[in-house]
Write a protein that binds this ligand. Structure first.
Ligand SMILES: NC(=O)c1ccc[n+]([C@@H]2O[C@H](COP(=O)([O-])OP(=O)(O)OC[C@H]3O[C@@H](n4cnc5c(N)ncnc54)[C@H](OP(=O)(O)O)[C@@H]3O)[C@@H](O)[C@H]2O)c1
Length: 324
């Protein structure tokens, strides 16, 4: 018998339960993992709330973790018992042990510890695809990043700076501004109190930014469009304040022939090749100290409800780990 955080219905943090579960033996192509650390992501909150429905109840939540391979199913050749591995975007991560398809796992390089790996796979691979695939950031581009001191935000800003971008970060408090400025941001905008469009126009000599990375969603969508330069790219990639309302594409013409996209990491790790390509680049920049995964909060896995409450209350920065 082992334990996991499960929900039996959608709702607030109180529906997260520390349950005894049976894991069983791995089927063909699977392995059994003993997990050493799990990551916390905003998507876990959407799933708990029911914004992204779970396949069935009860459901183990959580989408990233690290651990050690304990048992191999038939046909698993690329992994051995004892390997340290990590994964993003496979639901069921809030658990002491789990079964998982071997092809969703990557081996963790020796230079990277389990807590760092567990809490950066989903966030770091998101930063990777946003910067290299959704809008390939070039040296000299000015970019706007929301929640710049958050999990995805801190990694994305450091990486963008390394690529030579001029990074403007939107943050919720002066303390978060200090953190963002120490991690890749050239400018911090306090978006709860400042006029974001005016500040961005002022910082870009009136031109606007090449791309906006907006995980905030409904509340900031129109502001974000107004921050773009002609031919700019609006990347709306999260729903913290609700889903963006339907809109007519014709609004994009007078604002400067803008582009809008709504990507998900699920597509960007859908094949083994895409997963490995992203992971290789992520491990490289983290191993070389170019991008640091700031693990700023730590909770016992059974206290996941407290961790989610803190994230929803905007009290977290960087990454959070949950320890089984
Ligand atoms: N599409 C994808 O592939 C993908 C993948 C990963 C993450 N995401 C999205 O990226 C965003 C960031 O995710 P994360 O896990 O790294 O979270 P996070 O940024 O660590 O935490 C959320 C932050 O959002 C900001 N925020 C603004 N309004 C908020 C509100 N009403 N309630 C709570 N927080 C608010 C807060 O920062 P401030 O105080 O600075 O505003 C808060 O700290 C989320 O929208 C997530 O869904 C999308």
């Amino acid at each position: 018998m082992t334990h996991a955080i499960r929900i039996h219905q959608s709702g607030g943090p109180e529906v997260l339960q520390w349950d005894s579960i049976k894991v069983g033996s791995p089927g063909p192509g699977q392995v059994r993992l003993r997990q050493s650390a799990c990551g916390l992501n905003f998507i876990d909150i959407y799933m708990r709330q029911g914004i992204y429905p779970v396949a069935q109840f009860p459901a183990v939540l959580g989408m990233e973790a690290a651990g050690v391979v304990e048992e191999l199913g038939d046909g698993v050749n690329e992994l051995a018992i004892g390997d340290r591995v990590a994964y993003p975007m496979v639901v069921g991560a809030y658990a002491e042990e789990r079964l998982i398809d071997a092809e969703r796992l990557v081996k963790i390089p020796p230079a990277i510890d389990d807590k760092t790996a567990a809490s950066m796979m989903l966030k770091g691979l998101t930063a990777h695809y946003l910067l290299f695939r959704t809008y390939p950031v070039k040296s000299g581009d000015t970019i706007l990043v929301y929640a710049a001191s958050g999990g995805v935000g801190l990694m994305l800003c450091q990486w963008a700076k390394h690529l030579g971008a001029n990074v403007i970060g939107c943050v919720g408090s002066p303390q978060k501004a200090d953190l963002a400025l120490a991690n890749g941001c050239d400018h911090a905008v306090l978006y709860k109190q400042e006029n974001v469009v005016e500040r961005v126009r002022q910082l870009t000599g009136g031109e606007g930014v090449a791309v906006v990375y907006d995980g905030i969603g409904q509340q900031t969508f129109e502001t974000s469009l107004d921050c773009l330069r002609p031919f700019g790219m609006m990347v709306t990639f999260g729903n913290i304040t609700g889903q963006v309302e339907p809109f007519s594409p014709k609004i994009l013409a007078p604002k400067g022939s803008l582009y809008v996209t709504r990507p998900t990491l699920a597509t960007h790790v859908a094949t083994r090749q895409l997963l490995l390509e992203g992971a290789e680049r992520l491990f490289d920049v983290v191993s070389r100290g170019i991008v640091k995964n700031h693990v700023n909060q730590r909770y016992a896995l059974k206290d996941t409800a407290s961790a989610q409450r803190d994230m929803e209350a905007r009290n977290t920065t960087g990454s959070t780990v949950l320890i089984p």
